[in-house]
Design a protein around this ligand. Sequence first.
Ligand code: PLP
Length: 360
Amino acid sequence: MKIYNFAAGPAMLPKAVMEKAQAEFTNYQNSGSGLMELSHRGKLFEPVLARAEANVRELLNVSDDYAVLFIQGGASMQFAMLAMNFLNGGVADYVDTGVWSSKALKEAKMFGSVNVVASSKETKYDHIPAESEWKRTADAAYLHITSNNTIAGTRFTKLPKPTPGVPMLSDMSSDIMSRPFDINDFGMVYAGAQKNLGPSGMALVILRKDLAARTDDSKVPTMLRYSTYIENDSMFNTPPTFAIYMLALVTDWVREQGGLAAMEKINEEKAAYLYDFLDNSSFYKSPVAKADRSIMNVVFRTPSEELDAAFVKEAKENGLTELKGHRLVGGCRASIYNAMPIEGVKALVEFMKKFELANK
Ligand code: PLP
């Protein structure tokens, strides 16, 4: 049976990437060693790191004003690290659009004051608060957003504009590389790799270099300063070589697909297929404001919690795995990142039709 994995992360990777990694696993470029066994400063690994960076720069159109960094600890460590480096007892603006945003702002409170410019918490994060109503701080150290909310299933369909003079920072863990955006609107973007980039445990960080000078070196440990990663090309210590290698392979694949404009077209098509079905069904419901619906994480419910559970179980028996909603919100969730083919989404909709008929 063909399996389609709808997990939110770690998530499905392109099959061609998995097969290439498998082929190179024990004997990388006929060296007799696997990639994971190679020195990070050796002749074979260095081009891998360089390719990962070059791919990111090309795909996201990143200029030399920005550093492309690979940092261990995932996106959650960035919640603390960015505040440690940039807040310095000042005020930071946060848009609270979901569980991950609220975790990010909780960390920032340890290093200064947090102004929540807008929040959709009271309505269970079912929408993105209108930008026109945000209460921004004119001289904030930075403005932080979460571009896609993995758990609630919402996204900034249109990314906001920064407050003049205030760097805008975004957690893009669950939608990086899914659509084009202008990096020059941001002081920094970061993403845990385990959805659209590769293995978990590493964050891709793209940072405007001048911001690194804001860090008070006497207060922030060496390994937690962005300047350390910039000055050492992400190799101050032994970097996560396997995760960087996988990111290079995944970004090679994104380039082969035609880059981010092509990726967005396919992603929009996949999401539209699923949302059109949901909108025409009286059985399934999407709890999310239409204009703010994520094209990566599609959250939906059946008429009852019992049916939600039966749906997840039976879907799995039919080769459609990991459809359970996040434990904090319940219901069902189909994560359809870059690697999910349209055939997977079609198979899901076919199963949803059958389940509806059997349980109406
Ligand atoms: N931010 C978002 C939007 C996420 O979806 C996640 C979860 O995977 C995280 C942050 C946390 O990432 P990590 O597990 O790499 O710390």
